[in-house]
Design a protein around this ligand. Structure first.
Ligand SMILES: C[S@@+](CC[C@H](N)C(=O)[O-])C[C@H]1O[C@@H](n2cnc3c(N)ncnc32)[C@H](O)[C@@H]1O
Length: 227
């Protein structure tokens, strides 16, 4: 059974939590490496949850739009123009705004979609891009458990070679690890070309044993005359 939608709908405790409200610096650094200037751009986040990144885009002068499967996320977002913030299930519903976007991004969200839903998302997004617009997706490639090391030592890359796969998130969370190849091919099939990628390797515990490999991919429409 597809557990993803049920896991998120009306998850109010998660939304109300005071945790995890900082914007993701890795996202803004990636955009800056792409020379994406935020001011006056139309930016859509799909799966915004607490909205930390979306509100940061607003602060930096973008015209923001948000979609989330969870109505609690939509009603809790502290943003006055609610016409631009809607409940919608990515992968099943088309993007409901009559707008061409300079940036559509999904962070920690695309892996709740099946392969067919990911394709639906790219096919739909291709009709919603402004000239030269970007799609940015971020996902988890792997969670790894490595052997404990001495904090005084230099990094030992063999630790990753010998690492075991172990989930950092709770077992009920229907995250699936995605391969970049599948996402890139889904993009290609919808006429998007990959223009950049970024990888983060970060430990999530206090003793550098639990590592997460995160990936960002950036796409552009292949021909600017498509829409
Ligand atoms: C792990 S949170 C990520 C929140 C935020 N993007 C971030 O980076 O912190 C995943 C979010 O995606 C939403 N979501 C999950 N599946 C979705 C779908 N099919 N369509 C729209 N939103 C979805 C969830 O409700 C949740 O708010």
């Amino acid at each position: 059974m597809d557990k993803s939608p049920n896991y998120w709908i009306n998850k109010d405790k998660d939304i109300n939590s005071k945790n995890f409200r900082c914007p993701n610096v890795s996202l803004f650094r990636f955009l800056s490496s792409l020379y994406f200037s935020i001011e006056n751009k139309k930016v859509l986040e799909i799966g915004f949850k607490n909205g930390a990144d979306l509100l940061e885009f607003n602060k930096r002068g973008a015209l923001i739009f948000g979609l989330d499967i969870n109505p609690e996320a939509v009603s809790h977002l502290n943003f006055k123009d609610k016409s631009r913030i809607r409940t919608s299930r990515c992968g099943k519903d088309s993007i409901p705004f009559k707008v061409l976007f300079d940036l559509i991004y999904l962070r920690d969200t695309i892996y709740y979609l099946s392969d067919e839903e990911i394709q639906f998302f790219f096919d739909d997004a291709t009709k919603k891009m402004a000239k030269g617009g970007y799609i940015v997706v971020q996902f988890i490639e792997k969670d790894l458990l490595v052997e404990k090391s001495n904090p005084e030592d230099e990094i030992n890359f063999n630790l990753f070679h010998n690492a075991k796969s172990e989930l950092i998130f709770d077992e009920y969370n229907p995250i699936r690890f995605l391969s970049a190849k599948n996402i890139i091919n889904a993009g290609k099939a919808a006429n998007f070309e990959l223009i950049a990628s970024k990888r983060l390797i970060q430990s999530y515990d206090l003793h550098e044993e639990k590592f997460r490999l995160d990936r960002y991919l950036a796409f552009k429409v292949n021909n600017d005359h498509v829409y």
